[in-house]
Design a protein around this ligand. Structure first.
Ligand SMILES: Cc1ncc(COP(=O)(O)O)c(C=O)c1O
Length: 354
């Protein structure tokens, strides 16, 4: 596999951030991006080039009919000076799942993973080294063919960009249950990481923020009763030694890689994990009666975040006295320790880039 690497004159390289404390999330982009083009039925022109705007015809399919997909993953700087990727092959596989659903071409996982690794190696000086900082990785694909008739594009651009970042999530979540809106429905595209799913959530997200909450907890489309997931996270509920999380068998929620990893860790801590949909009224009853002892969300951007409260039908329900639960703490620490290489990785989740 041949990747063409374009030279960037020294004078055009960006100045680095001064303090890792202030980098925020997704604001800083590194000097380079990886790109590949799909034309005539194949991926070609694999290139690492200067990070730059993308120029497209105003009738490009992505602008009108939403052929856009993306992934979100992270690379971690370890104490020994390595750069760790966390289960990157899972992101490549999910990217292709999204591509299939949106009638976009799959990308050879080797192009995805080699392009990503080569980009990280060239941009290694941008990987933040302080605790709580990572490089956020955004692979994406868009339909680029000019065409106003409604059909799938015949041409696509795949790109990977890197952003040194810190977590943008609060330390403990205040969730808002939407009764009016839904995120996805059976037979829809809720399991695809495609722009429309996120655009559709913005209005409700704003409603939640205005009312003083952090994230929306989505209910299922049919009964408006069963918990699905949160903004960009899957959700777990702990009833003593039984932990519930929404199953991924349907096509309504994103198959979280953090979720899958958390299930493994929770089981290895000796808990039983049940992949079952919980009814919101049962959850509220569990909180009131003290049977539901903690809850947390899982996602790449946020890692493991405790749920402190849940607003439903005009009432705010506080979970575990708005404190971080003991299982939440344990899972969070174990996951981060593996990702940052502080402890051995018995699961073979880590792919060392350098
Ligand atoms: C809607 C949604 N749910 C859940 C997740 C969590 O997935 P992961 O743990 O792979 O980041 C994400 C993030 O990708 C998401 O966008």
């Amino acid at each position: 596999m041949q990747i063409h690497i374009e030279e960037i004159p020294e004078a055009e390289l960006k100045p680095k951030y001064e303090s890792e404390e202030d980098i925020g999330f997704g604001q800083i982009k590194t000097d380079r991006m990886f790109t590949a083009s799909y034309r005539d039925g194949t991926w070609k022109d694999l290139t690492i080039k200067k990070y730059a705007p993308i120029i497209l015809d105003p009738t490009a399919v992505c602008f009108h009919y939403g052929q856009t997909i993306f992934e979100g993953q992270k690379a971690f700087w370890t104490q020994e000076g390595h750069i760790n990727l966390f289960r990157p092959e899972k992101n490549a596989a999910r990217f292709n799942l999204s591509a299939q659903r949106m009638m976009m071409p799959e990308i050879d996982p080797e192009i995805y993973l080699t392009g990503l690794k080569e980009l990280l190696i060239i941009e290694k000086d941008w990987v933040p080294k302080s605790k709580g900082s990572t490089i956020y990785i955004r692979p994406a694909m868009i339909g680029t063919e000019p065409c106003l008739g409604l059909r799938a594009s015949n041409e696509y651009l795949f790109f990977i960009i890197l952003s040194p970042s810190r977590s943008y999530f609060p330390e403990i979540l205040k969730l808002y249950v939407s009764e009016q809106y839904i995120r996805s429905a059976p037979g829809g595209m809720g399991n695809a990481k495609t722009g429309g799913n996120y655009a559709g959530s913005l209005l409700v997200g704003q409603e939640a923020k205005k009312a003083g909450f952090d994230q929306v907890l989505w209910l299922d489309a049919i009964h408006r009763r069963y918990v699905e997931e949160v903004g960009a996270m899957n959700i777990f509920f702990v009833y003593n030694d039984i932990v519930y999380t929404t199953p991924i068998e349907g096509d309504t929620i994103v198959h979280g890689i953090t979720r899958e990893s958390a299930i493994q860790l929770i089981q290895d801590f000796g808990y039983t994990v049940k992949e079952e949909s919980l009814a919101i009224d049962k959850i509220v009853r569990g909180i009131k009666e003290g049977a539901l002892v903690e809850s947390f969300g899982t996602g790449t951007a946020a890692s493991i975040v405790p749920t402190g409260s849940l607003f439903y039908q005009g009432e705010n329900h506080i979970i575990n006295e708005f404190k971080v639960g003991s299982l939440t703490k344990k899972v969070s620490k174990r996951l981060l320790d593996i990702q940052y290489g502080n402890i051995p990785d018995p699961y073979n989740w880590i792919v060392q880039v350098i």
